[in-house]
Design a protein around this ligand. Sequence first.
Ligand code: ADP
Length: 320
Amino acid sequence: MKRIGVLTSGGDAPGMNAAVRAVVRKGIYHNLEVYGVYGGYAGLISGNIKKLELGSVGDIIHRGGTMLFSARCEEFRTPEGQQQGIEQLQKFGIEGLVVIGGDGSYRGAKALTEKGFPCVGVPGTIDNDIPGTQFTIGFDTAINTVIDAIDKIRDTATSHERTFIVEVMGRNAGDIALWSGLAGGAETILIPEENFSMDEIVERLLKGSERGKRHSIIIVAEGVGSGVDIGRQIKEATNFDTRVSVLGHMQRGGTPTAADRVLASRLGAKAVELLMERKGGRAVGIVNNQLVDYDIIEALENKKHQIDTGILRLSKELSI
Ligand code: ADP
């Protein structure tokens, strides 16, 4: 393989830039030409494709967002859109494509692979919801952003004796809530992977109050429902001074942590290695600190992202 492409797609995540940099530098190191596709699959269809040099990816390793920009593109869900994308890649002489993104972006890569164009998926999403990898690029930065917010909220919660409900992102996965809840010392963590009873939550809050706790922090994953609704129910049941904080898109931005930069560099480089071996139709990941690669089609069809049950159990044991 002489010429490869790279794109970022779907929701942006801190560390995507470090992954793009790794793909470009690793490719050039091995005498490949690397082309950047700007604006995700929309840019692929329209042919917004430019050659990247060593200097094109200078000064981006520490920046959030993605220098290749991202987009959501309905047209790429159609066979016609996908065919147009392949034609653009062929026009530029590109023989393999690295797709950095989340679950939806992987489905696009799967579609291209099924049409005969070799793609490698690199997991870039704050949600940590990709099957086959323990961690995704952006997750570590996002949970650090969340615990920064929790720490600040804790100060004011203690001062005013308040119960705070903090709604965090994660789409249908509870990973951001679970990990930031454990790291932030939350009393209760509500995630979509597990049923919860409002009676139990209220009982815990009342017990905590009896033993003199001045504050409670409840983390709600967006996949569970609205933090505002849960806050209202708690207020009605306890009459505690309750406040709701919806953290929102700040969780997507910011300087990537060292862990995310290292992970992005490793996974980006691994994706290039696979393309050099002409191994398309793969996704890369990390399991027990070892890089892995696996069949992207099989993973999307048969595997589901799982919550870490050990972390879940521990979070309960430590928040009694
Ligand atoms: P993420 O990659 O963060 O999960 P999305 O779910 O929005 O983000 O997906 C990003 C893009 O991937 C979509 O806008 C679309 O262009 C493409 N995509 C998503 N699902 C499919 C699919 N089933 N087939 C082809 N392309 C898809």
